[in-house]
Design a protein around this ligand. Structure first.
Ligand SMILES: Nc1ncnc2c1ncn2[C@@H]1O[C@H](COP(=O)(O)OP(=O)(O)OP(=O)(O)O)[C@@H](O)[C@H]1O
Length: 353
């Protein structure tokens, strides 16, 4: 990357028997999702960036300023790092109003009260909660509390945002709406953003780039489409190995390039369409009958994953199908072979961008 690399971290840290040993670079304006199984070290990495956990070896530079370098004796504490954090339990102060919660950071750094409150009011407006300024956090829904936490993180005018499972406390229905809003806020933030998540849909739809951690090491890094298409470990394949197509929705039809897909729920404007490789059925002849999306494709490559084979297909759009070894033999699948691919509308999920 160039001079716009705003996070440059080389981190080695031990926690009990666990060792995190990894590097991370994030550019200004880039949203990186940290993904990985339980105990992979995602939160540990985030805490090291935030300055909540000292590293044992390596170097962390934020916006060109070295904030951690144990060998040189450099260690800037969390408060001096110019970082906005949103952690999963929000940690809003229960005895302060929503406005006071958002104004708290600037106040603590000596911004005069009236100015801090004005800034807080502007941020609450931005997250659509201006009218809740006088409420206590307990009066808010989970989604609203999440938005206040984001406003509070932005209040210090940070040069970087760190979010740890920002949507984990929300129920499934709320999560979809808040995710979409959050995406807008993160995309419009100028600095680097790192989001820890367990949720592949969250990672694929929120981030510009995914970094997969496993057992304290980076296993894979790439755009959502790259990681989804070429997962480099069974964990990634199982969780993130989804087909991700971007298109324009008009009701229950999504245009993906020159092709069209029928989706189960109406949507409008730019969307991501996700579906698992197992949802694609392959045929030698054009399938008839059931209401399916069908298209002609050519086998581009095959990866064996235990009992299953991942078939990379080229066609109106690139996708991956997953079939058994028996199906490979029956269909005579090999590189360059033409097939019909079919996927039922109900297998597709649509996420507005
Ligand atoms: N305070 C601590 N003391 C000792 N070990 C710790 C401490 N906190 C975390 N660990 C260990 O560090 C490892 C990484 O934990 P971390 O919370 O970073 O993982 P994670 O990827 O965020 O996991 P999860 O998805 O479950 O939140 C785990 O093995 C955990 O047991």
């Amino acid at each position: 990357m160039g001079t716009d690399v705003s996070v440059e971290a080389e981190i080695r840290v031990r926690r009990g028997g666990f060792v995190l040993d990894t590097t991370l670079e994030v550019a200004d304006g880039e949203v990186v999702a940290l993904l990985g199984p339980n105990g992979a070290g995602k939160s540990t990495l985030l805490r090291c960036l935030a300055g909540l956990l000292p590293i044992d070896a390596g170097r962390v530079a934020l916006a060109g300023r070295v904030v951690d370098a144990p060998r040189q004796g450099v260690r800037v504490p969390a408060a001096g790092r110019d970082v906005g954090v949103v952690f999963q339990d929000y940690l809003l102060f229960p005895h302060l109003s929503v406005l006071e919660n958002v104004a708290f950071g600037p106040r603590a750094r000596g911004v005069p009260k009236a100015e801090a409150r004005q800034r807080a009011r502007r941020l609450l407006e931005r997250v659509g909660l201006a009218e809740r300024a006088a409420d206590r956090p307990r009066e808010l829904s989970g989604g609203q509390a999440q938005r206040v936490a984001l406003a509070r993180a932005l209040a210090g005018d940070p040069s970087m945002l760190l979010l740890d499972e920002p949507l984990a406390a929300l129920d499934v229905d709320t999560r979809k709406d808040v995710r979409r809003e959050l995406r807008g806020h993160l995309q419009s933030f100028d600095g680097p953003v790192v989001v820890v998540t367990h949720d592949p849909v969250e990672a694929l739809t929120l981030a510009d780039r995914l970094v997969v951690l496993e057992q304290g090491r980076t296993r894979q890094s790439g755009t959502p489409a790259e990681v989804a298409r070429r997962p480099r470990s069974p964990w990634v394949a199982r969780l993130v190995g989804l087909n991700l197509l971007s298109g324009e929705a008009a009701d229950t039809t999504v245009a993906v390039g020159a092709a069209q897909l029928t989706v189960p729920e109406p949507a409008h404007g730019p969307v991501d369409v996700l579906f698992p490789p197992q949802a694609i059925a392959l045929h030698r002849e054009r399938p008839h009958g059931s209401p399916r999306n069908t298209w002609r494709a050519v086998v581009e490559g095959m990866d064996v994953e235990g009992a299953r084979v991942r078939i990379h297909l080229d066609g109106p759009f690139p996708v991956v199908a997953e079939v058994t070894h028996a199906a490979v033999a029956e269909l005579g699948l090999a590189e360059g072979v033409g097939v019909w691919a079919a996927v039922k509308a109900v297998e597709l999920t649509v996420h507005p961008r």
